[in-house]
Design a protein around this ligand. Sequence first.
Ligand code: TXA
Ligand code: MG
Length: 310
Amino acid sequence: MNFNQSNIKKAKKYLNKNYCIGVPTETVYGLAANAYSNIAVKRIFKLKNRPTNNPLIVHYLSIDELKKDCVINNNFIELYKKFSPGPITYILKLKKDSKISKFVTNKKKNLAVRFPNHKILKNLLKELKYPLAAPSANISNRLSSVEASDVREEFGSKIKYILNGGKCSIGLESTIINLTNKPTILRLGGIDISKIRKILNTKIFIKINSRKKIAPGQSHLHYSPGIPLKMNIRKPQKDAAFVLIKKRKKDLKNFYYLSKKNNLNEAAKNLYSCLRKIKNKGYKSIAIEKIPNKGLGKAINDKLSRASKY
Ligand code: TXA
Ligand code: MG
């Protein structure tokens, strides 16, 4: 964690020159660039090898700045009051006179927005005259980054700078909710849907497996460690890495723990780094024991089931 004003200044210098940099958030690291600049936004897509029709999330410091670019509504205000800044992304209508680069949304009229809750990133945003477009800092379809070193592993010297904010405290991407129409969840993530339900006094639709792939994060290829992965395993094959949700008395070399005592928040935080470690050790496959399907466990299972389709 190297938080000081000179690092923020450096980050700002690169962003002002339309470069992409790695930034920490409480969910996962982002590959950030000026959301108002066509040049900067195009660079994000190129670096990630991301299809240009897969829109980006734009990160704001406050609702006042957001209002310049998007039309807000009551559902948004209720959720914002409760969960932002935090791991939730809202889809809103773009204003006609918004300055957001058309490449962010592939010329579509809806924008995904988020208010990140990470001290360093908030300090950076305070210094900028524009919001930051930032997808997760990984090459498309690979594991997301939860530490500065993961971002370096993904992009090497192709990016100029990474703002190191330590390990992400949540470790899973934000929950995405479309608020342009009837509230619809598009991606499971850092905030459990049951909590969202309690705030909105209306039915919430869930479309996390839409065929139309409204959010390409719904694609099966996502979150893949690049080797076969199997879920709900009791006895793994001998040469597989075995991922467990709580510590065992009998500890074997191929055992990897997501948490000490079955804690799903801790497991979420460790998930991506655990899979990355296993991949880097050279294992040919991963077996994962059954993970309780409640709270953040639902988001974990959703990511794993997509990764298992690899
Ligand atoms: O936690 C997060 O959300 C992280 C951090 C860095 O903020 N960001 C992140 O971005 O996960 P990304 O690009 O990896 O995933 C964003 C997802 C994509 O699946 C994209 O298709 C969807 O959001 N998305 C973006 N804009 C959208 C829009 N206008 N309508 C529907 N889906 C959208
Ligand atoms: Mg991503």
